[in-house]
Design a binder for this molecule. Structure first.
Ligand SMILES: C[S@@+](CC[C@H](N)C(=O)[O-])C[C@H]1O[C@@H](n2cnc3c(N)ncnc32)[C@H](O)[C@@H]1O
Length: 323
């Protein structure tokens, strides 16, 4: 098992401080909480076919792009880094983000590391088509067609917040593809949340979390699968040095500014049209009852709770070199 920090104060895994000394990013990066967040870089489109494929709670519209930007910046602040793998982003280093969404993670990195080469892939063109750094290329592709790159192409391959999309079978396939396109001795990283640790959850949050879990399961998506990612990675013969970095947030005002932002993002996530459609049947509520449940009952419960915890986790591994 990798080392885990399960403290309320957001701390780094001690082993990470050691390994990350190799990273230029860790030395140069001094994150601050953003006072303003970027606005949407593009007007996304979404065909009926894509909408059919993307049956989860995150619509590809401008509101969700803003939410993805905010989510990226608050996670970067929480972890005090862009990623946790001990990779050095230097000249000519090639990085891929799979399911890149609005491309926020890549836009942030590509602006910082102008001599490195970045690729983003997503089935839906929610990423910016034109206004982007020159060292960043976006590709519209379905990962389940196979990643459109030869074996051993990238020094670092990243995938974030795919738990609502991938069935266990698809997780295994996606991980195989990520490993395939990673260079020997390069790194891959998965960044997710835990969904089975309901620590400090009040009755409203438990009810909501159960509805989300059940409705996802109906699509074959087991949100709790993210808890197994470490053992899935460890079971692979083609990767080594599996490690994890875990952060805990107290959601709501009792978790400070970070906790308040996470609460607001979660409410935003739960109040999209697709979330309302998807969750009302599982809660046996009308849309109006559901909105009151989210904006009033859930919010009040979180604001009063001192101990509602959200666990964010990054798993990474290094590809073996058989030569
Ligand atoms: C929850 S969003 C995460 C976006 C981004 N990684 C982030 O953390 O903000 C999931 C993304 O996966 C993309 N996606 C879903 N299925 C996909 C597939 N089969 N191939 C490629 N991308 C896919 C969606 O279009 C969406 O942009």
């Amino acid at each position: 098992m990798g080392n885990r920090n399960s403290t309320d104060k957001v701390k780094r895994n001690p082993s990470i401080n050691k390994t990350n000394n190799r990273s230029h990013i860790k030395k140069e990066f001094e994150p601050t909480l953003p006072s303003t967040l970027p606005t949407s870089p593009t007007s996304p489109t979404s065909s009926n076919e894509e909408k059919e494929t993307l049956k989860y709670y995150l619509p590809n519209d401008n509101n969700d792009i803003d939410r993805q930007h905010a989510h990226h910046f608050i996670k970067r602040y929480l972890f005090q880094s862009y990623f946790s793998a001990p990779i050095v982003i230097g000249e000519g280093v090639k990085v891929l983000d799979v399911g890149c969404g609005a491309g926020t993670w890549l836009l942030d990195l590509a602006n910082e590391y102008k001599d490195s080469i970045f690729y983003g892939l997503d089935i839906a063109p929610v990423f910016p088509a034109e206004i982007k750094p020159e060292n960043l290329t976006f590709i519209k592709e379905d990962i389940f067609n196979g990643l459109p790159f030869p074996d051993n192409t990238f020094d670092f391959v990243h995938m974030e917040t795919m738990a609502y999309i991938l069935t266990p079978e698809k997780w295994h396939y996606a991980i195989s593809e990520l490993i395939r396109v990673t260079k020997p001795e390069g790194y891959m990283e998965l960044s997710e949340a835990y969904y089975n640790k309901n620590e400090g959850f009040g009755p409203i949050y438990i009810k909501l979390a159960e509805a989300i879990y059940k409705s996802s399961l109906q699509r074959g998506v087991d949100l709790k699968f993210t808890d197994q990612l470490e053992s899935v990675l460890r079971s692979r013969q083609t990767i080594m040095n599996v490690d994890i970095d875990e952060k805990v947030v107290i959601i709501g005002p009792n978790g400070g500014k970070v906790g308040t932002i996470f609460m607001d993002l979660y409410i935003q996530f739960c109040s999209t049209d697709s979330a309302v459609e998807g969750l009302c049947p599982y809660l046996n509520m009308s849309k109006d009852e559901y909105k009151e449940f989210i904006f009033k009952d859930y919010r009040n419960e979180i604001c009063q709770s001192k101990n509602t915890k959200l666990y964010m986790v990054r798993y990474w591994a290094q590809k073996v070199n058989n030569n």
